[in-house]
Design a protein around this ligand. Structure first.
Ligand code: IVH
Length: 660
C-alpha cells in the first residue's frame, strides 16, 4: 500500500508543480481530483502511512488553538521607500559612494504579506509571518494549503527562503462576492484579504481563499555558492518555487526608470496588485559591503507608486449627522475599484470644500486613494459636463430631526443643535462604547441603534441598567442567553476604565482623546474637574480658549451633572488610573513627533510613556519639535526632521531612553 501512496503523492505533487509553478498543466482537473480522492481514502484507511508532504494537506483541516511565536534567526527587514526620480538618484548615489557602480535587479513589489519558509531535508517544516521583523507567528498550517508553495523541494536541502503571500484580484473579487451574498463585511483590498486568510486558526478556511506566492529572497545565498541576487532567484525557481517572471537586470539608472515607467503604466494588466518596484543591488558581495541600517538593507529600496486616481460619477450628495451634531456632505459614487477596494462613498468634508471645488451632482469626478487612507473626491472633470449637472446646495435643516442647522462663526461646519436629535444621540451612544472611550465589546453600531429605537438606551447611564431588561433583550433576534451575558459582562468591566476614557466617552465638545488625557492627568478626579473654572483650564498647557469654554459650559450644565451622578451611582470609576508624572530629563518639557510604525509599542502607548515622563507628542514636525522618533516605514516627517536638523531617535534608542 505504501507504494501506491508514494506513487500518488509524487504524481499529485508533480501535477501541482506543473500547474501552479510552471503554468503548464499535465493532467486534467478531473484526473487530479480522482487521484486525490484515492489518496485521501487510502490515508484514512492507513493513517500511519500518511506522508508529511501529502497533497491532501492542501485541503486544510488542521485547526490550531493560537499562533505560536517564532523568532527569526536572521531578522526579516523591510525596505526603505523612495517616491520619485530624485530620490532614486539619491539612493543610487549612496550605493555608488559605498560600493561603486552597480548592476541592479528591478522587481515588482507584490502587495501581500511577507513570509519565511523553512525546509529541512527538502520538506517544508515551518512558515512564519514577518511580525515585527524579529518575532513572527507560526502559520505553517495555512501555508501548507497554498498550492504554489512546494511541500517538498527538488533537492533535499536545509534552507530558509522568503517571499510574499498574496491574493489575486480574481480570488479577491470572488471572496467578496460570496461575502456580499452572506451579508458579511467585505475585505477592503486583496492584501487585507490575504492577511485575514493567513490569520485563520482553521486551515480549511485559508485553503478556500486561493492564496498564491512569489519568492524573492534567499537569506543565506552564499552557502549555496551563489554570488548574485539574480542567480539566487534562478536557484529558487530550480527548487520549485514561483519566482515572479517580471524581473530585470539593469545596468543604468536610465534603464531602471524605464522599467518603473513601464510598470506604472501596465500595473493594471497584472492579475495581482503591486504597489511599487523593488530595486536590489545584484552582486551579493556588494550587498554585504553596503550592509544594513537598524531597519533596512542599504542595498535595496522600494519605489512606491503615487496615489492612484480613478474617474467615476458623483451620483448624489447626501448629508449625515455626527455625534457633535455636525452635518457633513457625503458623496454617493457610482461604485469603482481603486487599488483593489470598491469605492461607493467618500466624505466631502464640509460646505466650503464642495463649493471651492464646485462639485456638482452628476459630475464625473476624480477619486484618490493613498495607501489605507479614506478615499477622497479630488476634482470634477469640467470637460465632461453635459449641462444637466446640479450645483450643490448645503442643507439648512438636520436630515434626521429636521431642526434648523446653526453655522458656527469661526467654522465652516453646520451643526444640528437639537439636544434630542435621534442621530446625535445614537452617534453619541456609539461613541461612548468605542475602543478609546469606554471600550465596551459587543456593541456594533446597529445594535446601539436598535436598542435606542426600542427605548432601551437614551442616556449613557442607560448602558448600566440594561441588566433590568435582560429578559426582553434575550428575546431579540440574533441574541441569546450567552451573548447577552457577555454584553452585560463587558458593560460591567467598563466601570473600571480610567478617568480619561470616561471624559472622552462623554463626548464633550472639543475634548478628543488627547485633551481628555490632559484633563484627567491634571485633575486626577471627576470632582476636581467639576469644581474648576475657565481660568484654571486655560492655563493648562495645550488647552486653549475653545476647549476651556466648552468644558466650563459643560460642567455647569444640569443635564450633564445629573448624568455624572447617575454614572457614579452605578459604580463607575471617576479617577485617573495612569501613572503619576515621573519626570525624566530626556523627556521633560520636550516635544516629540512619532513617525512610522513602532514594533514594540503602539503609538498610543508610546505617547503615554512620553507623557508619563513629562514630555508631550504632537503630530507635525516644526522648528519647535525636539525629537522625532522614527519607526518602520517613516513618512515625510522623517525627511522634514533631517532637513530641519532635529534630533532623530530610532525605536531602539527610544526604548533605551525610556529605560524600558
Ligand atoms: S525584498 C531584505 N522584494 O515589501 C529584503 N520585498 O516594503 C526584503 N515585497 O517586507 C524584501 N515584493 O513584504 C522584496 N520583490 C520584492 C517584494 C517585497 C513585495 C514586500 C515585502 C517587504 C515589503 C517592504
Amino acid at each position: 500500500m505504501k507504494n501506491r501512496i508514494d506513487e500518488l503523492v509524487n504524481l499529485l505533487n508533480e501535477a501541482n508543480y506543473n500547474y501552479y509553478v510552471l503554468d503548464k498543466p499535465t493532467i486534467t482537473d478531473q484526473e487530479y481530483d480522482k487521484y486525490l480522492r484515492e489518496l485521501i481514502d487510502l490515508e484514512e484507511r492507513y493513517p500511519d502511512l500518511k506522508r508529511e508532504d501529502s497533497p491532501s494537506i492542501r485541503v486544510g483541516g488542521e485547526v490550531i488553538d493560537s499562533f505560536n511565536k517564532i523568532v527569526h534567526e536572521i531578522p526579516m527587514l523591510s525596505l526603505s521607500n523612495v517616491f520619485n526620480e530624485e530620490e532614486i538618484l539619491d539612493f543610487n548615489q549612496r550605493v555608488v559612494k559605498e560600493a561603486g557602480e552597480q548592476e541592479y535587479v528591478a522587481e515588482l513589489k507584490i502587495d501581500g504579506l511577507s513570509v519565511s519558509l523553512l525546509y529541512e531535508k527538502g520538506k517544508l517544516v515551518r512558515a512564519a509571518t514577518r511580525g515585527d521583523g524579529v518575532t513572527g507567528e507560526d502559520i505553517t498550517h495555512n501555508v501548507k494549503t497554498i498550492k504554489s508553495i512546494p511541500l517538498t523541494l527538488k533537492e533535499p536541502l536545509d534552507i530558509e527562503v522568503r517571499g510574499e503571500i498574496y491574493m489575486s484580484k480574481k480570488s479577491f473579487e470572488k471572496i467578496n462576492q460570496e461575502k456580499a451574498k452572506n451579508n458579511e463585511e467585505l475585505f477592503a483590498n486583496p492584501r487585507n484579504a490575504a492577511a485575514g486568510s493567513i490569520r485563520q486558526l482553521d486551515s480549511s478556511i485559508a485553503a478556500k481563499r486561493g492564496l498564491d506566492s512569489f519568492l524573492y529572497h534567499l537569506p543565506n545565498a552564499a552557502k549555496y555558492g551563489i554570488t548574485t541576487h539574480y542567480d539566487a532567484l534562478m536557484f529558487l525557481k530550480k527548487l520549485g518555487f514561483v519566482v515572479n517572471p517580471n524581473i530585470r537586470k539593469v545596468k543604468t539608472v536610465q534603464e531602471l526608470l524605464e522599467f518603473i515607467e513601464y510598470w506604472t503604466d501596465k500595473r493594471d494588466t497584472l492579475p495581482y496588485e503591486i504597489d511599487g518596484i523593488v530595486i536590489k543591488v545584484n552582486d551579493l558581495n556588494n550587498q554585504e559591503r553596503l550592509g544594513f541600517t537598524a531597519k533596512y538593507p542599504k542595498w535595496a529600496t522600494a519605489y512606491k507608486f503615487p496615489a492612484q486616481l480613478v474617474l467615476t460619477k458623483l451620483k448624489d450628495i447626501i448629508f449625515s449627522v455626527g455625534r457633535t451634531g455636525q452635518v457633513t456632505p457625503n458623496a454617493v459614487l457610482e461604485p469603482v475599484i481603486l487599488m483593489g477596494s470598491t469605492i461607493s462613498a467618500a466624505t466631502l468634508h464640509n460646505e466650503d470644500y464642495v463649493k471651492e471645488n464646485d462639485f456638482r451632482i452628476g459630475d464625473i469626478v476624480a477619486i484618490k486613494k493613498a495607501g489605507d487612507v479614506i478615499p477622497e473626491v479630488v476634482e470634477s472633470i469640467v470637460e465632461r459636463r453635459t449641462g444637466d449637472e446640479i450645483p450643490f446646495v448645503m442643507t439648512k435643516t438636520c436630515p434626521i430631526c429636521h431642526s434648523n442647522l446653526v453655522r458656527k462663526e469661526s467654522e465652516s461646519a453646520y451643526y444640528c443643535v437639537n439636544p434630542n436629535c435621534d442621530a446625535k444621540r445614537i452617534e453619541g451612544l456609539i461613541h461612548f462604547v468605542s475602543r478609546d472611550a469606554m471600550n465596551i465589546e459587543g456593541f456594533g453600531d446597529k445594535i446601539v441603534e436598535d436598542f435606542y429605537n426600542r427605548g432601551y438606551l437614551k442616556y449613557f447611564s442607560d448602558y448600566y441598567i440594561l441588566g433590568n431588561v435582560k429578559r426582553e433583550l434575550k428575546e431579540l433576534e440574533g441574541f441569546g442567553e450567552k451573548s447577552i451575558s457577555n454584553l452585560l459582562d463587558s458593560i460591567e468591566d467598563s466601570k473600571k476604565r480610567s478617568l480619561e476614557n470616561l471624559l472622552f466617552a462623554l463626548g464633550i465638545r472639543y475634548v478628543g482623546k488627547k485633551t481628555a488625557k490632559l484633563l484627567a492627568m491634571h485633575y486626577q478626579t471627576m470632582d476636581n474637574l467639576l469644581n474648576t473654572d475657565y481660568d484654571e483650564l486655560v492655563n493648562i498647557p495645550d488647552i486653549g480658549d475653545a476647549i476651556a469654554k466648552s468644558v466650563e459650559d459643560t460642567i455647569h450644565d444640569n443635564d450633564f451633572l445629573k448624568e455624572i451622578d447617575l454614572l457614579k451611582s452605578h459604580g463607575l470609576n471617576m479617577t485617573y488610573l495612569g501613572k503619576k508624572v515621573n519626570s525624566n530629563v530626556m523627556f521633560a518639557d520636550k516635544t516629540f513627533v512619532l513617525t512610522g510604525s513602532l514594533s514594540k509599542l503602539s503609538r498610543d502607548e508610546a505617547s503615554l510613556e512620553i507623557e508619563n515622563r513629562g514630555g508631550k507628542t504632537t503630530s507635525s514636525v516644526t522648528k519647535k519639535t525636539d525629537v522625532v522618533i522614527v519607526g518602520d516605514k517613516p513618512g515625510s516627517k522623517y525627511d522634514k526632521a533631517i532637513s530641519l536638523g532635529i534630533t532623530v531617535w530610532n525605536e531602539d534608542e527610544f526604548i533605551n531612553n525610556l529605560g524600558m
